[in-house]
Design a protein around this ligand. Structure first.
Ligand SMILES: NC(=O)c1ccc[n+]([C@@H]2O[C@H](COP(=O)([O-])OP(=O)(O)OC[C@H]3O[C@@H](n4cnc5c(N)ncnc54)[C@H](OP(=O)(O)O)[C@@H]3O)[C@@H](O)[C@H]2O)c1
Length: 275
């Protein structure tokens, strides 16, 4: 195992859930942590534990460039990038305005891609770097009303596989994390988006049921906590030779195995039954 003590890490989406838990884990390991998000007030606890805070909107070029440059000026490099910021734009594909679909890609893919470009020159110079992209089991499987979200996470899987091949010769690892159901704000935000988008039109019956099930699942106290993913991320960062992808959290193994072994039609039936 390799220590990350003294390494400089940038964690996006650190104001909540998986990002916050990961920032805490990295601080515990002696890394210098830059915690980035839009809601600065939500990161006060991280600041008190020693994190440096950065106001960053991953849809805004200036805020990403300024954020990364401020780290480079102080620390000389970003050794670890945890691309975690993201949300679920839920709603029937017929109902979600394409503009919202574009926004979903801006947050879940283009922001992450731009940050990757900004940190790579420094990582190549040092012949050390870890880029950890938080995908989802939703990058392999799919559910109704999650079309735009799943599109971004499926894209992220392919994007990161290509990245891995390109940057490996420069000593940089690109790692995919595939969380299952994790008890964070993600579920209620996605359910609220679904309600806002599809509770009036022709999809309303199934959409209402799905939104209610999602809310129940994410607030029912049965899902894995975000630290399960933070620990998995740490495992990937300290591995001598990291795996290409790590799945963890509620339903992750089950869902991915089902997706792998069942035909599309069989998997469709299971998803329609469960969601
Ligand atoms: N929870 C799950 O079940 C689950 C499962 C699979 C994958 N994931 C993935 O895990 C990642 C983290 O989600 P989470 O579960 O921890 O959800 P969360 O608690 O809602 O956290 C999402 C984070 O993303 C940040 N964010 C959203 N839009 C942003 C923007 N435009 N610019 C910068 N930051 C932005 C939020 O910060 P601000 O609003 O303060 O900016 C927040 O810190 C996401 O990529 C999600 O898709 C989650």
């Amino acid at each position: 195992m390799k220590s990350i003590k003294g390494k400089t890490a940038l964690v996006t989406g650190a104001s909540s859930g998986i990002g916050e838990a990961t920032a805490l884990r990295l601080l515990e390991q002696g890394a210098t942590v830059y915690a980035a998000a839009r809601r600065m007030d939500r990161m006060e606890a991280l600041k008190n534990k020693g994190a440096h805070l950065i106001a960053m909107d991953v849809t805004n070029e200036d805020s990403m460039v300024k954020g990364v440059n401020s780290i480079l000026e102080k620390e000389g490099s970003v050794d670890i990038l945890i691309n975690n910021a993201g949300y679920g734009s839920y709603g029937a594909i017929e109902d979600v305005p394409v503009e919202e679909g574009r926004r979903q890609f801006e947050v879940n893919i283009f922001g992450l891609a731009r940050l990757t470009q900004l940190v790579l020159p420094g990582m190549r110079d040092k012949h050390y770097g870890k880029i950890v992209n938080i995908s989802s089991i939703g990058g392999k499987m799919y559910t109704p009303f999650g079309g735009w979200y799943h599109a971004t996470k499926h894209a992220l899987e392919g994007f990161t596989d290509c990245l891995r091949l390109e940057v490996q010769p420069f000593g940089v690892d690109a790692i995919i994390i595939e969380p299952g159901g994790i008890a964070t704000d993600w579920g209620t935000i996605a359910a609220d988006n679904l309600k806002e988008t599809s509770l009036k039109g022709v999809y309303k019956d199934k959409a209402t049921e799905t939104a209610e099930n999602m809310t129940k699942m994410y607030t029912g106290g049965k899902l894995s906590g975000p630290d399960v993913i933070a620990k998995t991320i740490l495992k990937s960062l300290t591995a001598n030779r990291p795996k290409t992808r790590y799945a963890a959290g509620s339903w992750s193994r089950f869902s991915l195995t089902m997706r792998k072994v069942l035909s599309d039609r069989m998997f469709d039936r299971i998803v329609q039954f469960m969601i």
